[in-house]
Write a protein that binds this ligand. Structure first.
Ligand code: P6P
Length: 334
């Protein structure tokens, strides 16, 4: 197969579909280049003296790992000077990060979870970076949090990197989903899977079953059905997989189908779930829908949700179309 680099892919997409303006292409290439740097730091593990906690907490109240902080700083520094952004927002930062006055401003807003699944870092399980790109509102003078509060349908690009046995970058700009694998010798991203599609049916599901006693009835009903085996209502056995790293679970689903669930549950009745809408659920929902799957919060399409806060949480059901329809139906009927 002729090797196509990320740059060549982006240039050809612009030529064929006029869908990736130069500024957006620059943005994607800067993020992709930073993911290479993060991958290098992650792969050093204990040799890089980057494991363990940073001794601080993020806005979510989660203990920050040294690599969480490092990855966040890498993305901020790499994207500040290019002139393609108006501002950035991150899971690791309470407020938005405007582009410093010494640099030119652009028309895009970049949101990211710099190192998703970081509880897995110290035990060498796959982790990753998730990013989402919005356009700044027309005529915006000074970037505000309000400028970021756009529904997921407004995203112009989204992607994730998985730092696993291979380092891969999965990307959509609204014209399908493509996967690039990092060629470490050459230091380049090579197109390895074009136009990925999620199977509409599956025999795998992903949920943290240790929360089973806290699940609300629609989730209990659905999981009981999946676990009833060949003699149950589904007439087949389903396997459960849970890596506790969203990028790794979603990448498996993108490749062989499945349904990923992080529902609201009785542990925090006032919260809609653990995952964040703006830089976890929205980018993953955009990718999953572009690959023929579905993504809801149990009641509505995730990409239609109007955010009220930057770090807003949301319940997530995403993956194989027919399974997401089924579990969503149980919520709507409840
Ligand atoms: P739990 C990682 O912390 C994360 O945000 C997602 O990557 C992952 O799917 C989920 O939380 C894991 O949550 O409660 O199973 O540890």
């Amino acid at each position: 197969m002729k090797r196509i680099s990320l740059t060549q892919y982006l240039v050809e997409e612009q030529r064929l579909h006029n869908s990736i303006p130069a500024e957006l292409r620059l943005l994607i290439e800067v993020v992709a280049r930073t993911c290479k740097t993060i991958s290098h730091a992650v792969s050093k593990g204990a040799l890089g003296e980057v494991l363990g906690s940073a001794g601080s907490e993020n806005v979510q109240g989660e203990v920050q790992k040294k690599l969480d902080v490092l990855a966040n700083e890498m993305l901020l520094e790499a994207n500040e000077w290019g002139g393609h952004l108006a501002a950035m927002a991150s899971e690791e930062m309470e407020t938005i990060h405007p582009i410093p006055n010494r640099y030119p401003k652009g028309e895009y807003l970049l949101l990211f979870d710099p190192l998703d699944g970081s509880s897995n870092i110290d035990v060498n399980v796959s982790i990753g970076t998730i990013f989402s790109v919005l356009k700044a509102p027309e005529g915006m003078q000074e970037p505000t949090e309000q400028a970021f509060l756009q529904p997921g349908v407004k995203q112009v690009a989204a992607g994730y990197a998985v730092y696993g046995p291979q380092t891969v970058l999965v990307l959509t700009t609204g014209d399908g989903v493509n996967c690039f694998t990092l060629d470490r010798e050459m230091g380049s991203w090579v197109l390895t899977q074009r136009d990925m599609k999620i199977p509409e049916d599956t025999k795998e599901f992903a949920i943290n079953a240790s929360n089973a006693r806290h699940w609300y009835p629609p989730v209990k009903r659905y999981i009981d059905e999946l676990q009833a085996g060949e003699t149950g209502p589904r007439g087949k056995n389903f396997n459960m997989r849970w890596i506790a790293s969203m990028v790794a679970d979603v990448h498996r689903i993108l490749n062989r189908g499945g349904v990923f669930m992080y529902p609201a549950d009785a542990r925090e009745p006032d919260k809609p779930g653990k995952l964040r809408l703006m830089y976890e659920a929205n980018p993953m929902a955009f990718i999953v829908e572009q690959a023929g799957g579905k993504a809801t919060n149990g009641k509505q399409r995730i990409l239609d949700i109007q955010p009220a806060k930057l770090h807003e949480r949301v319940a997530v059901f995403l993956g194989s179309k027919n399974e997401v329809d089924k579990v969503t139906g149980y919520h709507v009927d409840a």
